[in-house]
Design a protein around this ligand. Structure first.
Ligand code: FAD
Length: 637
């Protein structure tokens, strides 16, 4: 048997982004011996890339803001499909989480009177995003890392060992969540990316904080780490994923040159005054304000422009509609032949702000375009188009505790968890989500670990099976007895990305999704024969072969759920079912592993009904607005 060293911990946190680090800090502070494990270097998680800011209703720039308004905006943005209790907790607790970051050393941009500055973003009624230029994620991670180091120093003073209670395993990948014979979590199976060495972290509680799935799509703003690992780990451990059809296509990714296609152009560009134009120079977003938002957005350019100076007496410009609306509008303009030379539209700040202000407020954007596209955004417009950005669907969790449904000892927080954002996330609501639910996951995981469940033993058979699975690519092409030439994991990945991009992308059609499912089934069979050469020492082809299992699983979830939901809502747009149907508002789609593998696919779908929204929260909306979203019987109730 392949040997795997074992270590004992109370809580294992998989992922060292914002959610994982916040969870680890909380678990350690609650007394749990906590291990954090991440694929990349400590401090290099995807969160580092976050640009615009953290949404929290501190009311520093407009005193009208409060948690109720934030809750309302979040529910509207998610088209009322949000797990409302999560949206409530998020809106209530986000300000404390931002303040806390400041006490741990975060340096936010300030207002003139010295408070944490907050900026406008799409779908937020008031300026709400606490930020550090357009490098907010970097500051967030830096601060959480610093806090972790300070806790390790405390532990060293007490025990002589920095890693006695909090240890980071960097550049290591988890391939399985392990369970005991009674179905309780008992640890994780992992490998070191550099050496290929296997090891097991034994623990009664595991927090998944692995981020998103964007690398299943060809054009994406996401980093290499986003291969849907946590989603797949949860599925394989028996937990359902909820509403995987909702994938956010950010309206503004770079479209040119091809090597950087998909890289994000932050929404702060529009929040700070940037406007979208088509090839005829028209600010086309005024033609795309949907009925549900009509009363809340400016009807003329003049009114929209006045709003930046006088938001109390004017309505916001439609460039700041929620992302799903803007992405669809850009798609329509390009399709109608009014796009930019490279298949996007124009995003212009150069005529809206002095060059100096652009360089100060949007330093990363300035450099990104200058260096990658040779475009000076202080002098000319950017070309932008939709890019796969975020997954709203994820592990189904209990709202208060972040516990994964149906698997004792498993927790999930951050982008890997579903429910919070409904059918569409508002910008800035992810960083706040990471902090609010990262803390909660750490808290409840630590409580669970010290509770009556005790410390379930790790069955040897599971470790052996996980090791065999991880080694299979080295006998590629023969694993399923097929023989023949091994499949190249890079080719399979490219075909998967192209399939998801073309057939389950921003605008969806029934026949295309059926085709996608057929192609995914073929790819799944071929992926079993994915083979790699060489050995386990740093072997990126092997890593990709292992990641393919995860991408294929989550892609099938996305395609299956998207085919099932016969309406358009938020991040899910169907050309053949263009309306948002009130009857679908109460329906969640759960994906589970289907049992024995069949030609039908590996995912089974189940419909569940959401809990009615609590009456005091419903009372925050006008009845006229609720009528647009809620089904007849809900209104009656
Ligand atoms: P991540 O930060 O991605 O961390 C995931 C961690 O899991 C990593 O450490 C990774 O190594 C680890 N991991 C993954 N799989 C495994 C495995 N199998 N084994 C071990 N470790 C694993 N949101 C906002 O709210 N505001 C913004 O301004 C904003 N700007 C953005 C800009 C860009 C360019 C992008 C792409 C996103 C932006 N977002 C923003 C979204 C936000 O950054 C992400 O949703 C968020 O950072 C996700 O954090 P996380 O903690 O869930 O995951």
């Amino acid at each position: 048997m392949t040997q795997a060293e074992r270590q004992e911990w109370d809580v294992v946190v998989v992922g060292a982004g914002g959610a994982g680090l916040r969870a680890a800090i909380e678990a350690r502070e609650r007394g749990a011996r906590t291990a954090v494990i991440c694929k990349s270097l400590f401090g290099k998680a995807h969160t580092v890339m976050a640009e615009g800011g953290i949404a929290a209703s501190m009311g520093n720039v407009n005193a009208g803001d409060n948690w109720q308004v934030h809750f309302r905006d979040t529910m509207r943005g998610g088209k009322f499909l949000n797990q409302w209790r999560m949206a409530e907790l998020h809106a209530r607790e986000a300000p404390d989480r931002v303040w806390e970051l400041e006490t741990w050393g975060a340096l936010f941009d300030r207002t003139e009177d010295g408070r944490i500055s907050q900026r406008n973003f799409g779908g937020h009624e008031y300026p709400r995003l606490a930020h550090v230029g357009d490098r907010t994620g970097l500051e967030l991670i830096r601060t959480l890392q610093q806090k972790i180091v300070s806790l390790q120093q405390e532990d060293h003073r007490e025990t002589g060992d920095y890693e006695a209670r909090l240890k980071v395993f960097q550049e290591c990948t988890v391939t399985r969540v392990l369970k005991d014979d009674e179905g309780r979590v008992c640890g994780t199976f992992c490998y070191e990316r550099e050496s290929g060495r296997f090891f097991v972290l034994e623990a009664p509680a595991v927090v998944l904080a692995t981020g998103g799935i964007g690398k299943s799509f060809k054009v994406t703003s996401n980093s290499w780490e986003y291969t849907g690992d946590g989603h797949a780990l949860a599925l394989l451990a028996g937990a359902p994923l909820v509403n995987m059809e909702f994938v956010q296509f950010h309206p503004t990714g770079m479209v040119w040159p091809p090597s950087v296609k998909g890289i994000l152009v932050t929404e702060s560009v529009r929040g700070d005054g940037g406007v979208l134009r088509n090839s005829e120079g028209a600010r086309f977003m005024f033609d795309y304000i949907p009925d549900v938002f009509r009363e809340k957005y400016a009807q003329s350019e003049e009114e929209g422009d006045r709003w930046y100076e006088d938001p109390d007496n004017n309505r916001r410009p439609p460039e700041l509609l929620p992302r799903d609306e803007v992405a669809r509008a850009i798609n329509s303009e390009v399709k109608a032949g009014r796009g930019s030379p490279h298949g996007g539209v124009f995003l212009d700040v150069s005529t809206r702000m002095p060059a100096e202000t652009i360089r100060r407020r949007l330093p990363s954007m300035y450099h990104q375009f200058k260096e990658l596209a040779d475009v000076d955004i202080t002098a000319e417009a950017m070309e932008v188009g939709p890019t796969c950005h975020y997954v709203m669907g994820g592990v189904a969790v209990e709202s208060d505790t972040a516990a994964a449904v149906g698997v004792p000892g498993l927790f999930a927080a951050g982008e890997v968890a579903g429910g919070m954002h409904g059918s569409n996330r508002l910008g800035g609501n992810s960083l706040s989500d990471l902090l609010v639910f990262g803390r909660r996951a750490g808290l409840y995981a630590a409580r669970y670990a010290s509770g009556p469940a005790g410390r379930p033993a790790v069955p040897d058979a599971q470790v052996r099976a996980a090791a065999a699975e991880a080694l299979r690519p080295f006998s590629g092409g023969t694993a399923d007895g097929a023989g023949g030439r091994p499949e190249n994991p890079y080719t399979l990945h490219q075909e998967l990305q192209q399939t998801m991009n073309d057939l389950v992308g921003i605008i969806r059609r029934e026949e295309e999704m059926r085709q996608a499912l057929r192609t995914l089934a073929e790819l799944r069979l071929r992926a079993r024969g994915a083979g790699v050469e060489g050995h386990r020492q740093f072997n990126p082809g092997w890593h990709l072969a292992l990641d393919l299992r995860n991408m294929l699983l989550v892609s099938e979830c996305v395609a299956r759920a998207a085919l099932e939901r016969t309406e358009s809502r938020g991040g899910h747009t169907r050309e053949d079912c263009p309306a948002m149907e009130r009857e679908w508002r109460r329906t969640n789609l759960l994906c589970r592993i289907a049992g024995p593998d069949s030609a039908e696919g590996q995912i089974a779908l189940e419909r569940t009904t959401t809990e009615p929204i609590r009456s005091d929260l419903l009372a925050l909306f006008d009845k006229e607005e609720l009528v647009k979203y809620l089904a007849e019987e809900e209104l009656y109730e």
